[in-house]
Design a protein. Structure first.
Length: 144
């Protein structure tokens, strides 16, 4: 297992033409996460989520054509429907590491601005992976 530590922050911003409540639910609903995290085709997906300050989550995921791995962490700040801060501990994949994710949802005319950060970026594939996730999130939000 290779461990790489990049001392940088990934910051992404997206606009979705739906309410903050709808975007929020996509972050805290395991079935929605399964879709926009790209896990819909993997039967061994599992999610345990206790979305509250101090609550824990654990996701069992699989890379396309690759190994199963876990992502787990603790919710540090939960303020529905505008802020979610949680640790991101990835184990069992090609890149293991720990980071902190911050999600801010702001109501704007016609929708919601999502601001996302991950620090540090320990998996060099993370920028592309999160961009793909947010594209799937957009499709999911428009299909509801």
């Amino acid at each position: 297992m290779e461990k790489v530590l990049l001392i940088e922050t990934l910051q992404l911003s997206r606009f979705y033409p739906v309410s903050p409540d709808k975007v929020w639910r996509a972050w805290i609903d395991p079935l929605a996460l399964r879709v926009w995290f790209g896990q819909a085709d993997f039967p061994d997906w599992s999610a345990e989520m206790d979305v509250r300050p101090g609550g824990r989550y654990r996701l069992l995921m699989r890379e396309p054509g690759g190994p199963r791995y876990t992502v787990q962490g603790i919710y540090r700040d939960v303020l529905a429907p505008s802020r979610l801060v949680f640790t991101w501990e990835q184990r069992g994949g090609p890149f293991d590491g720990e980071g902190l994710i911050r999600v801010e949802l702001n109501a704007t005319p016609g929708g919601t601005e999502l601001r996302f950060s991950l620090e540090p970026v320990f998996d060099p594939r993370a920028p592309d992976a999160w961009r793909g996730d947010f594209k799937r999130l957009g499709r999911l939000l428009q299909s509801d």
